[in-house]
Design a protein around this ligand. Structure first.
Ligand code: SAH
Ligand code: SF4
Ligand code: F3S
Length: 442
């Protein structure tokens, strides 16, 4: 089988589950689509661009399938993930070659679905009842060699940010039982994992809707207590739900790394209101101050949406201003992309759309400013000694290994992969925009 994955960590996690489940039926992963008896594409629909990747992929996959059929063989074609959930039957109508279309909640049923798809075209976009949902353990067989691992703590999202498709494609928020999370972390550290990243769409609301469950902050403390956990990270955090207890954790837990991804989306209160983010610019800035008081070297990254319906020049200047005021080390920024069925479409119907050229010009300005800030943050690290968790060979240089600083910067330095999993002090010698170079300190 050949599985291609687009999108976020949730999809990567689901792909791990797919691999493990299908392995039970004898499917072995192959990098080469032309060798596969089953081709699965796990899709993302967060913006139009990722969604379009599905269509070019299917073009390729149909080619493989038709070539195979011309030789009297066959290959099964399946679409999974968020576009499958969103488009469902429409996809089947558009692509006659599709054998199987299934959404994120159907992942656990994949073995049965593949068997059925040998005889008929199959569509499964049903959501599982909250009471019946079972979180699978981290099972990606390929994850073995890495000292870092993702652990899912939550699925879905109960927020209704007006631009966002995720609540439609992933359903409501569900917290994974913390006992199970801690069990998985124990199993991972026994395998040599040193850094745990807790993942969910809105981790700060973890556990709040389950009687007797730990809160997110309590979960952080519980994970930190487990032997072998050297670093803890988490994503994604919603500023509204981040409370003083999580801020306090930055004082108490040295395992919590000094990097936080805290998506702000916009620096304008008017835009934040129309996005239904439920925080103000002031509340965001205050939170940043509190976090930095608790952890002075905290490196912040964020997400921006530029050109949201109704965004005026003044609104955008507020965003530029906030970018500088916080001094984000990095950010992901995108032009607003209208998503099917989302509440923000009403704003477009009202005529509030920002012209494409205006949005593009704003985005370019924001990204240029961000590059300058990123580079300044990197430059400021030259000469310092950083604790680096070694992850493996560097991508390009033989004899050079790479790892991450506590602030999540990639750093390359001469060394041997025998050090993978070790934390080494490294002096930073050179800064680039996206990475650092250094030398291990004897
Ligand atoms: N749950 C996370 C975000 C998940 S989506 C949170 O609440 O922060 C990741 C990022 O994609 C978002 O932060 C947002 O910046 C971007 N995004 C989501 N929908 C978008 C859309 N319709 N157009 C452009 N960017 C979008
Ligand atoms: Fe989307 Fe908002 Fe939920 Fe994030 S919090 S997944 S942006 S609805
Ligand atoms: Fe994309 Fe779905 Fe994740 S839309 S970002 S793969 S939750």
């Amino acid at each position: 089988m050949h599985i291609r994955t687009f999108g976020c960590q949730m999809n990567a996690y689901d792909t791990g589950k797919l691999k493990a489940l299908l392995a039970e039926d004898g499917f072995e992963p192959t990098e080469d689509m032309a060798d596969a008896d089953l081709i699965v594409v796990n899709t993302c629909s967060i913006r139009d661009k990722p969604e379009q990747k599905l269509h070019s992929f299917l073009g390729e996959a149909r080619h493989v399938r038709r070539a195979r059929q011309a030789q009297g063989g066959d290959v099964m074609l399946a679409v999974a993930g968020c576009v499958a959930q969103q488009e469902g039957a429409k996809l089947q109508r558009r692509y006659k070659d599709l054998d199987l279309v299934f959404g994120p909640d159907a992942v656990t049923r994949v073995r049965e679905l593949v068997k059925r798809a040998e005889h008929e075209r199959v569509l499964d976009t049903d959501f599982i009842d909250a009471d019946d949902y079972v979180f699978a353990d981290q099972v990606d067989p390929d994850a073995d060699a890495s000292p870092t691992a993702f652990v899912t703590i939550q699925k879905g999202c109960d927020n209704k940010c007006t631009f966002c498709i995720v609540p439609t494609t992933r359903g409501g928020e569900l917290s994974r039982p913390s006992a199970q999370i801690l069990e998985e972390v124990r199993a991972l550290t026994a395998r040599g994992v040193k850094e745990i990243t807790l993942i969910g769409q809105n981790v700060n609301s973890y556990g709040l809707k389950v009687a007797g469950e730990r809160t997110f902050a309590q979960l952080l403390y519980a994970v930190a207590e487990l032997p072998g956990v050297e670093r803890i990270r988490y994503t994604t955090s919603h500023p509204r739900d981040m409370g003083p207890d999580v801020v306090q954790a930055y004082r108490d837990l040295p395992q919590l790394t000094s990097h936080l991804h805290l998506p702000v989306q916009s620096g304008s209160d008017a835009v934040l209101r129309r996005m239904k983010r439920f925080y103000t610019r002031e509340r965001y800035l205050r939170l940043v101050d509190e976090l930095r008081a608790a952890r002075p070297d905290l490196a912040l990254s964020t997400d921006f949406i530029v050109g949201f319906p109704g965004e005026s020049d003044a609104d955008f200047e507020d965003t530029m201003d906030l970018l500088g005021a916080v001094g984000f080390h990095t950010s992901f920024s995108f032009r607003y992309s209208p998503r099917p069925g989302t509440p923000a479409l009403k704003l477009i119907d009202r005529g509030d759309e920002v012209p494409a050229d205006v949005a593009s010009a704003r985005l370019q300005r924001l990204q240029a400013r961000q590059r300058t800030l990123a580079r300044a943050a990197m430059d400021a690290m030259v000469g310092t000694v950083q604790q680096v968790l070694v992850e493996g060979w560097s991508r390009n240089d033989p004899g050079v290994i790479c790892g991450r600083t506590g602030t999540f910067k990639t750093i390359n330095f001469p060394g041997d992969v025998a050090l993978v999993g070790a934390t080494v002090p490294v002096r930073v010698t050179t800064a680039y925009t996206n990475s650092l170079k250094g030398e291990a300190v004897a």
